[in-house]
Design a protein around this ligand. Sequence first.
Ligand code: SAH
Ligand code: SF4
Ligand code: F3S
Length: 497
Amino acid sequence: MAFPSGDPVLTTAPHRLYIETVGCQMNVLDSEMVVASLRRQGYELVESADQADTILFNTCSVRQHAEDKIYSALGQLRRHKQRHPEQVIGVLGCMAQKDQRLIFERAPHVDLVVGPGQLPQAAELIERARAGGGRQLAVSLGRRDGPVEQIRRSHETFDPLRDPASRPTPFQAYLRIQIGCDKFCTYCIVPMTRGPEQGRPPEDILAEARLLADQGCKEITLLGQTVNSYRYHDSGRTTRLADLLTALHDIEGIQRLKFVTNFPRDMTAELLQTVRDLPKCSRYLHVPLQSGSNRVLQRMKRGYTVEDYREMMARIREWLPEAAVSSDFIVGFCGETEDDFQQSVQMVRECRFKSSFVFKYSERPGTKAAESLPDDVPEDVKRRRNRELLALQDAISEEDNRRFLGRPVEVLVEGPSRSAEKRGEDGADGAVLQLTGRTHCDRIVVFPGTRSLIGEILPISICDCTAHTLIGQTTASQASHEVVGLSALQPTGKAHS
Ligand code: SAH
Ligand code: SF4
Ligand code: F3S
C-alpha cells in the first residue's frame, strides 16, 4: 500500500502502561522484566494511572501495611474503571500469589492476578483480558500442593530479558541468582509467595552478567533471599556464591559487585576471603540479625544464636575490617518482653551496624507464627520499641559517618537526588543539580554536579553528614561549575539501601 504523502500514519496508538512497584529488590527486578516484555510489544511507559490504558501493581505481602496500601490504591481506581472499562488493571507479585481469587472479590474491577512465578505470562494475559477473555489468574503451586519438583517448576522466571531502558539507571542492575526461600522463619510469608529455594545455573548468571556489561552496566547486585546460601549442583560439581563472584569478577566493564541478602549462618570464612581478595566486591554486607534475644530467635526459627552472630561478626572484622555491615530487626515479635527488646538494643550498640531496617512485627496468615504464636505485644509498645531502636541506630550511623569528614570517597553516581527531583531540578542545559550516588561500602553520598557525571565513578570529598547521608563536593578538577552556596545540600532523607 502506498501512502500519498509523509510517513505512514499509525492507526492504533501504542498501549500506555503505568506500573507501581512496592516491596524488595526482587520486585524491582521483576518489574524491569515485565516492563521490558511489554515495551517489546510496543507499550510506552506513562507517569500516572490516568494517562494509562494498562495499570499494573507489583505487590508485596511481607507486612499487612504493604497490602493495605495496594488494596486502597485499587479501591481508588474503581470509579475510574467504570468510566474507562477498556482499561486493564492487573495485580502482580507476592500479594497475587498469596491472595489469589480473594483479590477479585475485594476488588472486582481487577482483570488479572499474576504471581511472581508466572510473570513471563503477564503480557499474554493482559492481551487476553483486553480482548474480552474475562478475568485472568496465573499463580504457582502452593508449598503443599504437590511434589517439590513440580512446585519448583511452577515458579518460572524470565531473567535474561534485560532492557537498560527499563531500569532506573543503565549503569546498575540487579541479577537474580536464587529464587525462593526454604528457611521458613516463623514470621515470614516469602517461602509461600516465592516458593522453594532454587539456585539458577551459573552459566545463565554469567551470560546475563556479560549481557549487562555489554549494555554499559558497571555495578551488579546479585539477589537472593539468602544469597550466601546459593548452591548449584551439576554433574558432581557444586558452585557457591564465592565461585560465582570469582567468575563474575573477570567480566570487563563490571566495576562493582554486591550481593544481598545474607543469612548469618552461611557467612563462611571462604566467602569473606573471596570478598577480601576481589577488589570489585563491595565492602558491604547486609546480614539481618532480627533480634538480640536467643528466646526470640528460637521462636522465629532463625537457626542461630546471638553467640553465633557475634562469632560471625568477629569473622567479618577479621577478614574485612573496613566492611560496613547492616541489619534488619523485627520488634514486638510474639512474646517479646522488655528484656528481650533490650538485648536487641544491646546488639545494635555492640555491632555498630552501618544502618538497620527496623520493622514492627506484622502477623501474616499462612505462617507458622500466625498459626501457633499469639501476636501479643501491644501496638503502642511495638511503636515505641521501633522508635527507640531506630533512634539508637541513627545516632551510631551519624557518629560513623563523621569519620568520613574531610576524606575523599569513591562514588558511583546514580542520578538526581530525591530532593533535587522534589524541587523539580532537571539539570537541563548543563545546570548544576544535587546528585546522589553510593560509596563502595554502600553509603549514600549527595553532592552538586552536572548530569554528565551520572554513571561515573568519582572521588568526592566529604564536608558534612547526617545519619543517612554523606554530603560532599566533587574535587576541583571535575566540577564544571562553582559549587559553593548551592541550596541543594540537604539529605535525601532515606536511611537505607
Ligand atoms: N530474605 C531476607 C529478608 C526478607 S523480608 C532475610 O532473610 O533477611 C525483609 C525483612 O522484612 C526481614 O529481614 C524481616 O526483618 C522483615 N519481615 C519479614 N516478615 C515480617 C513480618 N511478618 N513482620 C515484620 N517484619 C517482617
Ligand atoms: Fe523470610 Fe527467613 Fe526466608 Fe528471609 S530467610 S525470606 S526472613 S523465611
Ligand atoms: Fe515483599 Fe515478596 Fe519481596 S513479600 S519483600 S516483594 S519477596
